[in-house]
Design a protein around this ligand. Structure first.
Ligand code: NAD
Length: 277
């Protein structure tokens, strides 16, 4: 089975660099899908309150027989759960659904700067951390500006920032800020949602050169950059293919060629965090 390396977060907690995301996995298929991911060697599951499938993740975990400390579990606060008390209460609900007394990482899913509540929410996250309901706290879809505000007004640096990131949207400036401040970068939609990007001639060419699939080339690019990834698939064969990227290495000029596919803001697939919600 593939050996996945871990990355040490700024609070000393280790996170498997490669995980499995369950966005858009239907609730009634989640337990079976996550079970297949465990069978394929995944030990890090990324879910969210808004995905509506935490119960399925919890069922798969319980039925797997895996010790709780061998699985890294992330969930994220729903967009209508901002605010100090609500953030803690929503985590309590998640823990019940997931069938566990703690998650490993709890994220603010979106900053919703228009509401201007994410600082208050973050203080609730600090409380949940101090109570042991989560082993680490982080954010998602935060820009440099949002991160700077948290740093100025609160005491805890987020362990991670989970953002859209793939070769067409490389987020170099944000990654630089993370590196400077000890924030790990998690890349969502790491293979560009499987559309378009994987047909790029640069990637199909490199896939041929390394005798790998385009998805594996892109995922290996992330791994070598130090990003944490959790591609989603409903198919056991692709789950195995995606995680099988730890026995080859992309040369420096090939890494650069992939990074050069960056289209800046034009490469974005999802919403702009300053406007979303
Ligand atoms: P992804 O880049 O992981 O792409 C998934 C899609 O790619 C699949 O649905 C499938 O159609 C295709 N695919 C998978 N493996 C493939 C392969 N080997 N070859 C060809 N096609 C393949 O996109 P995603 O699901 O959006 O992102 C992954 C995870 O990131 C999510 O499940 C979720 O956990 C997280 N996420 C977080 C946010 C956020 O706001 N924090 C937003 C989106 C996604």
């Amino acid at each position: 089975m593939t050996q996945v390396p871990t990355i040490r977060l700024n609070n000393g907690v280790d996170i498997p660099q490669f995980g499995f995301g369950v966005f858009q996995v239907p609730p009634d298929e989640t337990a079976e899908t996550v079970r297949a991911a465990f069978d394929a060697g995944y030990r890090h599951i990324d879910t969210a309150q808004m995905y509506g499938n935490e119960e399925g993740v919890g069922r798969a975990l319980a039925e797997s027989g895996l010790p709780r400390d061998e699985v890294f579990l992330t969930t994220k606060l729903t967009n209508d759960g901002h605010g100090h008390d609500a953030a803690v209460r929503r985590l309590d609900e998640s823990l019940q659904k997931l069938g566990t007394d703690h998650v490993d990482l709890y994220l603010i899913h979106w900053p919703r700067p228009g509401d201007d509540r994410y600082v208050d929410t973050w203080r609730g996250f600090e409380k949940a951390l101090s109570e042991g309901k989560t082993r680490s706290i982080g954010v998602s879809n935060f820009t440099v500006e949002h991160l700077q505000r948290l740093a100025k007004e609160t005491g805890t640096v987020p362990a991670v920032n989970q953002v859209e990131l793939h070769p067409r949207f490389g987020q170099a400036d944000l990654r630089g800020y993370h590196a400077e401040h000890g924030i790990a970068t998690e890349a969502w939609s790491p293979i560009g949602q499987g559309k378009g990007l994987l047909d790029d001639p640069v990637l199909t060419g490199l896939a041929q050169k390394y005798d790998r699939s385009p998805a594996q080339v892109v995922l290996r690019w992330h791994v070598q950059l130090g990003n944490i990834v959790f591609p989603k698939s409903m198919h056991a064969e692709r789950m195995r293919e995606n995680i099988d990227v730890f026995d080859f290495e992309l040369a420096g000029d090939d890494m650069q060629e992939i990074s050069a596919l960056d289209r800046g803001a034009g490469g974005r697939l999802g919403p702009d965090p300053d406007r979303f919600g």
